[in-house]
Design a protein around this ligand. Structure first.
Ligand SMILES: [Zn+2]
Length: 268
C-alpha cells in the first residue's frame, strides 16, 4: 500500500465532483461519474428499473435524519415497514434501520458520555434496530427469490443483502452471476472490492484502486477499513476525517468513531 499522502490527494481529486440523488433511497452522493454506487445504500444509482417502491417516503425519512429527528425517523420507518413488497424497498429499509442503530449506538453514546442511564436506553434501542435491519435484509432476499426472473439490479441487490448479513458464501454465488452479465461491469468491480475487503484477500488494495479509478467515493471507506486492519490506525483516521468532510457517507462517520474509541482505549 502507498503512503497516506498519495491516497489523500486521490480523495481530494475525486471529491471535487457533482452531487447525484440516489433513485433507490433519496440520499445525496458525490461522484464524477453518472454511473456510481450510492454513499448511503450502496446500490447502483443509475438504475433503469421503474420505481415502484416508496422513494418519496424514503426521501422524507432522509430529511428527518438530516435534521437529527431520529425518533420521528424511526416512527416513519416502522410505519413504512408494514407494506413492503418490493425487494429494493426492503433492502433500503434495512439500510435505514442499520443507520439509526449505529446512530443510537455510536453517535449518541459518543457525545453523551457520562449519562449512563441514557446510554443504556440507546444501546437497547440500537439492538432493536439491528434486529429489524436483519429482518428486512432477509425479507429482501425472500422477495428476490419469489420473483420469476431476476433482473440485473436484483442480482446486485442479492449480493449486497448477503454481504450485509455476513453470508459470504451466498454473496459469492451472487458475484458469479454478476460476473456473467456484461452490462454490470461497474457493479462487478464494486462487488469484487467488497469481497476482497471482507475476505481480507491479498489483492484487496488493487480492487479498491480500481474502484477509485471508477470514481467510487465509497472506495475510500473500504480503503480506510483496510488501513485500520493493517494497523495503520492514524492513516485510517486521517483518511476518514477527510472523507467525512468531503462526502456524506454515514458508514465512514461511524467507522471513524469506532477507530477513535479503540485508539483512545489502547492509549489508556
Ligand atoms: Zn441510495
Amino acid at each position: 500500500m502507498e503512503k497516506i499522502e498519495y491516497y489523500l490527494s486521490l480523495l481530494e481529486k475525486s471529491a471535487s465532483a457533482s452531487m447525484l440523488i440516489c433513485n433507490n433511497c433519496g440520499s445525496r452522493t458525490v461522484s464524477k461519474n453518472t454511473l456510481t454506487h450510492c454513499n448511503f445504500c450502496e446500490l447502483e444509482i443509475n438504475r433503469t428499473n421503474p420505481i415502484d417502491y416508496p422513494l418519496e417516503k424514503f426521501k422524507k425519512i432522509a430529511t428527518l435524519i438530516d435534521n437529527e429527528k431520529i425518533n420521528d425517523a424511526i416512527a416513519s420507518l416502522d410505519e413504512l415497514s408494514k407494506g413492503i413488497s418490493d425487494p429494493t424497498a426492503s433492502y433500503v429499509l434495512a439500510i435505514f434501520y442499520e443507520f439509526v442503530s449505529n446512530y443510537k449506538y455510536y453517535k449518541l453514546n459518543y457525545y453523551a458520555s457520562g449519562f449512563m442511564e441514557e446510554n443504556s436506553l440507546n444501546i437497547y434501542s440500537s439492538l432493536d434496530m439491528t434486529s429489524k435491519s436483519k429482518e428486512f435484509f432477509f425479507r429482501a432476499l425472500k422477495l428476490i427469490h419469489k420473483t420469476e426472473q431476476k433482473d440485473t439490479a436484483n442480482v446486485f441487490l442479492e449480493f449486497m443483502a448477503n454481504m450485509k448479513l455476513h453470508r459470504h458464501f451466498n454473496a459469492a454465488k451472487a458475484l458469479e452471476e454478476i460476473k456473467k452479465d456484461t452490462t454490470m461491469t461497474n457493479s462487478f468491480e464494486y462487488a469484487q472490492m467488497l469481497t476482497g475487503c471482507f475476505t481480507k484477500s491479498k489483492d484487496s488494495t488493487l480492487k479498491i484502486q480500481k474502484s477509485i479509478e471508477n470514481s467510487e467515493i465509497n472506495a475510500f471507506y473500504y480503503l480506510s477499513m483496510t488501513l485500520a486492519e493493517n494497523k495503520r490506525i492514524s492513516d485510517a483516521i486521517k483518511l476518514l476525517s477527510m472523507l467525512t468532510k468531503k462526502a456524506r457517507i454515514p458508514m465512514a462517520f461511524y467507522l471513524l468513531i469506532k477507530i477513535k474509541n479503540v485508539n483512545e482505549a489502547m492509549e489508556l
